[in-house]
Design a protein around this ligand. Structure first.
Ligand code: OGA
Ligand code: NI
Length: 345
């Protein structure tokens, strides 16, 4: 598939709409897609997703907990991870999104690579939009330095420091996932090859009609593993669990780890990437930092021999991550429709 290099129509920054009384039609979701904010506000749909202690995981003591979380939720929270640089990274990005619009526009992105300041995914003209702006950068292989905002001055250093620490944590998580699958310790490492990494900082402005829209539509993450640094004050992430949308209650300081589509394919569905979405609210804005750890772009990802048997034959077709990613970027969030297209049956 050829990459499209321009947006199909002028991009509107959601931040510029935050002061209105109503939201434009293009952000209004179909009634069945709208969130039930009364249930969330009442705490009915809130849940603490499985919590895993990183020290225990790194010592090989969390295999059963990792297995249960990856199988039953596709998500877990990591506590006691020792990463001290998250707050500074978050602060730097809050300062970035508070800059005057002309300054941010210097980094306006295009669908050619998505790097930079963006306000949509998918390139369908007239398509429905989500209530969020973002900034996307590659870490490995890295984006060109000019793609990084020059203001605030500490932003790049603080982001790289935080992301470097997350990368180390992920190495241990991959080992724990290999153990949880009952395969060799280096299984995940080998399957991913020279892994790629990228970061997306999500900024969800205040929304005058949060009951009509979403900050990010239902999707599963296309890559390998995602580590999300949630907003320290504001909830917003919802995970689909047992058919319900559950609002994630984060433990203070916790990082949220989730399985992406590539692990679903690689494990032949033993571990599933789970749909999630973001709700917004009228009172406060919200910022999250998503770190994506992906397989090497040009490796074929397919159900691993170790996990395919005569009784459980391969459920997914092989595909290179770079081709898969391109497909999703052009189409935008689509629940689990993208990975479902890889099914063999
Ligand atoms: C994502 C994502 C959730 C959030 O960036 O893929 O799911 O809470 N973000 O911002
Ligand atoms: Ni996501």
């Amino acid at each position: 598939m050829e990459a499209i290099v321009e947006w199909p129509e002028p991009v509107v920054r959601v931040q510029t709409l935050a002061g209105w009384d109503t939201i434009p039609d293009r952000y209004v979701k179909a009634p069945s897609e709208r969130p039930d904010l009364t249930a969330t506000a009442a705490g009915l749909a809130n849940s603490v997703i499985p919590v895993i202690d990183f020290a225990s995981l790194a010592a090989g003591g969390a295999t059963e907990a990792v297995r249960a979380a990856c199988r039953d939720w596709g998500f877990f929270q990591l506590v006691n991870h020792g990463i001290g640089s998250a707050a500074a990274a978050r602060r730097a990005w809050r300062d970035f999104f508070a800059l005057p619009m002309e300054e941010k526009q210097r980094y306006a992105n295009s669908p050619a690579t998505f790097e930079g300041y963006g306000s949509r995914l998918g390139v369908a003209k007239g398509g429905l939009l989500d209530w969020g702006d973002y900034f996307f950068l590659h870490l490995s292989p890295p984006s060109h330095p000019a793609k990084w905002p020059s203001s605030p001055p500490q932003l790049r250093e603080k982001t790289e420091e935080y992301c470097g620490a997350v990368g180390k944590v992920i190495e241990q998580v991959k080992r724990a996932i290999s153990a949880a699958l009952g395969v060799e310790e280096g299984f995940m490492e080998a399957a991913f090859g020279a892994a790629g990494a990228a970061v997306r900082v999500n900024y969800y402005p205040k929304c005058p009609q949060p009951e009509l829209t979403l900050g990010l539509s239902p999707h599963s993450d296309p890559g390998g593993l995602t580590v999300l640094l949630p907003d320290e004050h504001v909830k917003g992430l919802q995970v689909r669990h047992a058919g319900e949308w559950i609002t994630v209650d984060t433990v203070p300081g916790g990082l949220i780890v989730n399985i992406g589509d590539q692990i679903q394919v690689l494990t032949n569905g033993t571990f599933q990437s789970v749909e999630h979405r973001v709700i917004v609210n009228a009172a406060v804005d919200r910022l999250s930092i998503a770190y994506f750890h992906n397989p090497q772009d040009d490796l074929l990802i397919e159900p691993a021999n170790e996990l395919v048997t005569r009784a459980a034959p391969a459920k997914y077709k092989p595909m290179k991550y770079k081709d898969y990613k391109m497909q999703i970027r052009m189409q935008g969030p689509g629940g689990k429709s993208h990975v479902d297209l890889l099914r063999t049956t």
